[in-house]
Design a protein around this ligand. Structure first.
Ligand SMILES: *[C@@H]1O[C@H](CO)[C@@H](O)[C@H](O)[C@H]1NC(C)=O
Ligand SMILES: *[C@@H]1O[C@H](CO)[C@@H](O)[C@H](O)[C@H]1NC(C)=O
Ligand SMILES: *[C@@H]1O[C@H](CO)[C@@H](O)[C@H](O)[C@H]1NC(C)=O
Ligand SMILES: *[C@@H]1O[C@H](CO)[C@@H](O)[C@H](O)[C@H]1NC(C)=O
Ligand SMILES: *[C@@H]1O[C@H](CO)[C@@H](O)[C@H](O)[C@H]1NC(C)=O
Ligand SMILES: *[C@@H]1O[C@H](CO)[C@@H](O)[C@H](O)[C@H]1NC(C)=O
Length: 371
């Protein structure tokens, strides 16, 4: 019979105590982040740290972030790309820029500099805008200049399996792996992930104004979209587009986003809806806070739709954009990004969105380990 010496029992006792302590101190359900109340905030940080660890991307998996850029959106797009580099995770990061010819050189020069500054922490590729010959002018001018190029990415980026597509007016405020992990939560019919256009029926746009079919109760926002390009090609996505354009062209207020909504209205099994914190817009805070996932886990991707990064309409959104815009890659992110953002946000607490300041810096604090 094997007899344990008392000294061998020590690790068991310690291990058992740790497990017991964890069971006592980690609540099952996260506690909503009560903004402006730091004791509640700290509790939720503990919970969130745990939830982030539940979903690590697979080792050596690549995160591919794609953006389409035309006209005067170059500097805005570069600020978004900078945020992706700052918030890169343990996976390799590839930046894909689809841009008009005359601005490609500026991307190439800036991204080459940033690669040097960050010790080759990412790779990049630059492609030209391509539209089909059929309806060329209409596609090019739909909604914003060349915005509808995103519809054709399954063919333009024929060499890629999957991308995280983002609008130029977005910013990462959390680990990019945290967005990408949702690919592993999609089932085999789902070819894209998006957030609802609104959270609240009373202020929703599609349910009140749309003259065309749309997805679900409130429609989808396409500003931050996981796209499994392989599945989109298998679905023959591109050939579905022209018939929708022809049928609804006079009703398409939001251009290509409306086309996406029409297609997913008829194929609801092919879209995966993720929480609003992955595409957080001023609609989520301007009247009242209505994005629960952001209150609990902090904003993951901020979307400055309706020009909130460039105008004075939403000072909190502008503050975050300015903080990222001023930040120099390679410098200390705690001192020159987090602290700048916190102090700029601190001047916006007279607005509804500004009052929620902790949800915008929450994941930065976790990532830079200042908690
Ligand atoms: C902060 O939240 C905690 C827990 O929800 C509560 O007990 C405390 O009274 C709150 N403090 C303030 C100042 O609101
Ligand atoms: C780009 O130009 C348009 C039209 O001149 C202007 O309304 C818009 O604010 C500009 N956008 C940026 C990001 O500078
Ligand atoms: C740069 O990357 C290389 C290879 O990944 C690594 O060996 C080196 O330590 C890194 N240098 C710095 C300053 O991080
Ligand atoms: C995309 O779909 C293809 C085909 O179903 C699959 O093999 C691939 O793993 C998917 N990509 C991601 C990132 O989930
Ligand atoms: C994937 O999920 C959607 C939505 O829940 C569902 O309609 C569809 O049948 C599922 N597909 C598979 C293959 O399980
Ligand atoms: C925010 O401003 C208040 C008053 O102006 C100040 O007491 C506080 O320290 C500031 N907080 C941060 C994080 O800058």
């Amino acid at each position: 019979m094997v007899r344990l010496r008392p000294s061998c029992l020590f690790p068991f006792v310690v291990g058992f105590s740790i497990i017991t302590l964890l069971c006592i101190y980690l609540p099952n359900k996260s506690i909503p982040l009560n903004v402006g109340n730091m004791s509640a905030f700290r509790t939720s940080i503990l919970v969130s740290t745990r939830s982030v660890q539940l979903f690590q991307t697979k080792k050596n998996e690549e995160v591919v972030i794609a953006v389409v850029v035309c006209k005067n959106r170059t500097s805005e797009a570069l600020v978004m790309i900078k945020s992706a580099i700052v918030f890169r995770g343990s996976s390799d990061l590839r930046i894909v820029v689809v841009a008009e010819k005359n601005i490609q050189q500026e991307f190439d020069e800036t991204l080459r500099d940033w690669k040097l500054l960050t010790n080759d922490s990412f790779s990049y590729e630059i492609h030209s805008i391509i539209f089909p010959k059929e309806h060329y002018d209409e596609w090019e001018k739909l909604f914003q200049p060349c915005a509808s190029e995103r519809l054709f990415l399954p063919s333009v980026l024929n060499h890629l399996d999957s991308i995280l597509y983002v609008d130029t007016d977005t910013l990462f405020l959390s680990n990019v792996d945290d967005v990408w992990k949702h690919f592993s939560l999609m089932n085999s019919s789902q070819l894209a992930a998006m957030v609802p256009e609104h959270e609240d029926m009373n202020v929703g746009w599609y349910n009140r104004f749309a003259k065309h079919p749309y997805y679900g109760k409130l429609g989808l926002n396409s500003g931050v979209m996981l796209m499994n390009l392989t599945r989109m090609r298998e679905f023959d996505w591109i050939s579905q587009l022209a018939p929708v354009l022809e049928k609804y062209r006079l009703d398409l207020t939001w251009g290509d986003q409306d086309i996406i909504n029409v297609i997913f209205h008829y194929h609801p099994d092919k879209v995966y809806v993720y929480p609003c914190r992955y595409n957080y817009r001023s609609d989520h805070c301007m009247y009242m806070s209505n994005c629960k996932s952001a209150e609990e886990y902090g904003v993951a991707v901020l979307h400055g739709s309706r020009s909130t990064f460039r105008t004075k309409k939403q000072p909190a959104f502008r503050a975050l954009f300015n903080a990222m815009s001023q930040y120099q890659l390679g410098s200390d992110p705690v001192k020159y990004l987090l602290e700048t953002a916190a102090s700029l946000l601190n001047k916006t607490t007279d607005t509804n969105c500004g009052r929620l300041a902790p949800i915008f810096t929450h994941n930065m604090r976790l990532m830079f380990k200042t908690v």
